[in-house]
Each structure stands twice: as C-alpha cells, then as structure tokens.
Design a protein around this ligand. Structure first.
Ligand SMILES: NC(=O)c1ccc[n+]([C@@H]2O[C@H](COP(=O)([O-])OP(=O)(O)OC[C@H]3O[C@@H](n4cnc5c(N)ncnc54)[C@H](OP(=O)(O)O)[C@@H]3O)[C@@H](O)[C@H]2O)c1
Length: 347
C-alpha cells in the first residue's frame, strides 16, 4: 500500500510535518511518499514517483526553494497551477497546511472539495475549512467514501478530537468551557507573573512566534471564535457560525486591572463556552476573572485547556500545548496514523 501525499502549504507546520514523518519507521507495512508539494512562497512540484519524507527533509536542511529541488529518482514537473495539480496528480491523501483565512475559509474549502472529488482523504491543520464549512465537508467526505480529519485545528497537537472519538464513546457532551487561544493566555500570564504591560507581553508573544501573522486575530478573539465554532459543530452537532459569537477586544486590559485581580486571587482568562439550550447549541466568548476554584485558573502561558461537561462522566478535562509548528505537525501525524489504521494497516 502506498500513501501518496499531496502537501498543500509548506510553511512552518508543513516543514515540521515532513521532518516528523522522516523520523518514523513504518516497517514494510506501507510506504509514505510525497507526490507533490504546493506552496505560495516555496513554489511547487509534482513527481512521477512518491518521494520519501527523508529525502525531502534533507532538502530542507538547506534554505532552497523548490526550483532547486531534485529527487534521486523520478521526473519532476514544476510551474503547474494548483488547479491542474489537484486534477491530474495521483494522490490519495491531501495534507492541507496553508494559512487560515478568517473571513470565509477560502481557498482551502475549494481545495478540500476538489480532493474529495478525486477520492482523496483530507487532513488539515487549517481552521478555515472546518470553521466555515464543517457540516458540508463532513457530508461530502461521506458521500465520496473518504476521511476528513482536522486534529491540529484546535489545541494543535493535544489530541482533543481523537480523545473524544476513541475514549468517550456513547457519551453526550452537554457543555464545553475552555481556553482555546494560547496567545492571549500567554499575554495574561506574562502580565501576572512578570508585571509586563499588555503591549510588551504582546511583543514577547510575537517574538516567540505564538501570534498569527495578523496579531489582531488573537487579541480581538477571532482565532478563539473560529475554534469555538469548530468545537460546537464537531463535538456537539451544532450549526454555529463565527458571526453568532460576540466581539471581544483584549487591548483594554491594563496591568493595573490584572494586578487588582491577582490581589483578589483571580486571573484573567479568555473563555469559550458552548452549551445546549433546548434543541439548540449556543456559543459564547468572554473575558472573565476566575478564582483558583475554576478548572481554567491553572492554564498558563500558551497552553490550552478544555473542560467537557458530560452526561455519564461529569467533568472531563484535557490540557496541553495549543500552538507551535512541531506540536501542530503532531496533530497532522496523528490523523495520518489513525487514517492508515482505518484503511486496514496495523501500524
Ligand atoms: N503554527 C501553529 O502553531 C499552528 C497551530 C494550529 C494550527 N495552525 C494552522 O496551520 C496552518 C499552517 O500554519 P503555519 O504556522 O505553517 O503557517 P505559515 O508558516 O504561514 O505557512 C503557511 C504556508 O502556506 C502558504 N500558502 C498560503 N496560502 C496558500 C495557497 N492558497 N496555496 C499554497 N500555499 C499557500 C504560505 O505562503 P505565503 O506565506 O507566501 O502566503 C506559507 O508558506 C495555518 O492554517 C494555521 O492557522 C498553526
């Protein structure tokens, strides 16, 4: 069995994913190779033969673009449009790691649809397709007999969806409360622990690579809104839209207010909440000063935590890293691993 990957988007996460795969020994059970990589910045290529992750990974130890990439064997074609690649290349798994479009999820939604129509499975780290079109894409995947996976979109490599799918069988989630945006949490932690002003804590988050390209996506709660929508629709069967959630702006958080909170034994958290109201699933996003009795009080720095309120087990929590290229690449890897198992390979 050959897993023939088309990687769309090869930035920090895409490169980490190739590196992670290059260190995995799959024995002789299945071969994983790349039949094409498409990236706005690096350029694109397709190959007549699958190229091993090790070979591509070696290439990334140098700062080249794909113009200079030559595999040991097989024919390489460059300068193709993504449309022609999606139509012509023989791939069975698309790994999608392009930048998230927070307005409407495009063009990734179109890429995912095209992959489904070619009977390819899709694994994405991009919140766009899941946040803007989950219910549609889930149905399309089922109709085409393929898998649609997106572990890395919320809590990066902390395996929330896999945890629920594999370990909470038959359980109904009635409410979710969580800290889903690592950047805002990192900023609050730095203000609380080191007395930094908001602007300086934000600068530090940017230096560490925690913020999105446009940091407003983090501090205006847009990233957290999209993640709230994803959890509502995937884990609770909702039809929530990003416009259903209220606007927040963390810019107004003054160090003085943070210190006053600490004197009362409380910390600021940007909280996503989803609950059942009758037959509806409703979502909320709000800034709250929480005390030590709150399960979200202990989430520090760029960590995330989700508390699931379930019918049988009561409160079940999962915490872990919410960002980082290697962590996110692990989310993609876990999806690929589960997909390979689902296809019948016992690795
Ligand atoms: N990094 C994290 O911690 C993290 C965590 C969870 C989820 N994610 C998600 O994972 C995805 C990748 O993140 P990243 O950190 O790797 O971002 P990144 O470093 O900016 O990489 C994205 C790459 O995709 C390219 N690209 C953008 N639009 C494209 C298109 N239409 N077709 C082909 N290539 C395209 C970009 O090129 P240009 O730069 O030239 O546009 C860039 O090289 C994003 O959706 C992000 O939200 C990231």
């Amino acid at each position: 069995m050959d897993i023939k990957i088309l990687l769309v988007g090869c930035g920090n996460v895409g490169k980490s994913f190739i590196k992670l795969l290059s260190n995995i020994d799959s024995g002789n059970t299945f071969n994983i190779g790349f039949v094409g990589i498409v990236d706005k910045k690096l350029g694109s290529f397709i190959s007549s033969k699958p190229i091993s992750p090790k070979e591509i990974s070696r290439f990334f130890s140098n700062e080249y673009t794909f113009e200079e990439f030559k595999p040991d064997s097989g024919t390489i074609l460059r300068d193709l449009t993504l449309d022609s690649i999606l139509e012509e290349v023989d791939f069975n798994v698309m790994i999608e790691a392009t930048s998230t479009n927070y307005e409407n999820g495009e063009p990734s939604i179109t890429y995912v649809k095209k992959a489904f129509s070619r009977s390819a499975h899709v694994i994405t780290a991009n919140k766009g397709p899941v946040g803007f079109a989950y219910n549609l894409l889930k149905d399309m995947a089922r109709e085409n007999g393929v898998s649609f996976r997106f572990e890395a979109t919320v809590m990066s490599g902390t395996p929330l969806f896999s945890f629920v799918r594999n370990n909470l069988k038959g359980i109904k989630i009635n409410r979710i409360r969580g800290v889903l945006n690592g950047t805002s949490n990192f900023i609050f932690s730095k203000m609380e622990d080191e007395g930094l002003e908001f602007e300086n804590a934000l600068k530090l988050a940017m230096e560490k690579g925690y913020t999105e390209k446009d940091f407003n996506v983090d501090i205006k709660g847009i990233d957290a809104k999209l993640k709230t929508v994803i959890l509502a629709n995937v884990l609770m069967g909702g039809w929530l839209k990003i416009s259903d959630l209220p606007d927040v702006d963390l810019n107004g958080i003054l160090l003085e207010k943070v210190k006053r909170g600490l004197e009362e034994g409380k910390k600021y958290k940007l909280i996503s909440e989803i609950r059942r109201e009758g037959d509806s699933i409703v979502g909320d996003l709000y800034l709250e000063l929480v005390g030590s009795e709150d399960p979200l009080y202990s989430v520090n720095l760029n960590y995330n935590k989700v508390v699931l309120y379930t019918d049988i087990l009561g409160k079940v929590s999962l915490a872990g890293p919410g960002s980082g290229p290697d962590e996110t690449a692990y989310g993609l890897f876990l999806d690929l691993y589960e997909l390979i198992k689902e296809l019948g390979y016992n690795k």
